[in-house]
Design a protein around this ligand. Sequence first.
Ligand SMILES: C[S@@+](CC[C@H](N)C(=O)[O-])C[C@H]1O[C@@H](n2cnc3c(N)ncnc32)[C@H](O)[C@@H]1O
Length: 265
Amino acid sequence: MDDGADGYTPSSKYACVYPPCVERIAAEEGRRHKSARDRDRAVRNRLYQITGAYSRTGQAARQFERGLEDRLRALDDSDPIEWCADSLRAHASTRERLGVLVEFYGFIGSVCSRASTIADYGCGLNPFALPLWKPAGLTRCDAYDADTRSIGYANALFRRMGLPESARACDLAVDTPRGVTDAALLLKLLPVLDMQISGRGIELLRQIASPVKIVSFPLSGLSGTERARRIGGTAARFERDAAESGIMISESRRVGTEMVYVIAD
Ligand SMILES: C[S@@+](CC[C@H](N)C(=O)[O-])C[C@H]1O[C@@H](n2cnc3c(N)ncnc32)[C@H](O)[C@@H]1O
């Protein structure tokens, strides 16, 4: 039976999106639109919103990829700030932290200081900040994203850091990885998941069994535009939703343009 996804092939720009995630979105849009043309346009828009808006494409993406081995060789663990900043610049989400790198990852590092295993949900290029803050006893970082390029980059980095290559492509809108880690990061992920399936952000948070979870939201809402106000509103909405769902926030802190919440058992 046609589930609405039939005949949909992503353009080369989205060939890096985890295929089950593309199929899910194509099926959802196939049920909404009668013509394949309208469906394809809607799928492209959604793929842009969930992954394309963050990562570099075309020439810039190829450059990052080609330079990856040299970049990894250049990592100096004793002084990684410039290296991390230069790597994090390649993804729109981590780029927003460049002005507050030490403060932001210093806070994450202090919350996770005793973790030996970490999970990074919707990681983007965030693993490239690990040299800056990783706990002394870290043995594994399970990183998940629907962008298969981010997963490849994370595994290459883990190899360089002597960690297992435990990054996996995953559609977090419908799948919850089963592993349990000492700490879990869900940085700027919940609004992106809620855009795909309403309520999924809190659901995923509840399903993750790690004793420490760090959730963050963009606060670009302060710039005054309507879109920015909507984005900024997600942190306030999270506080309400968390209270209604019985999720206890043990600490919250604004760092740069981001609101960070710690949920600890
Ligand atoms: C706003 S970025 C946050 C990236 C990173 N956590 C950070 O704070 O810099 C959202 C990330 O979620 C990923 N993403 C979006 N939808 C996803 C899905 N359904 N499953 C897994 N990852 C997804 C995107 O590819 C992107 O890397």
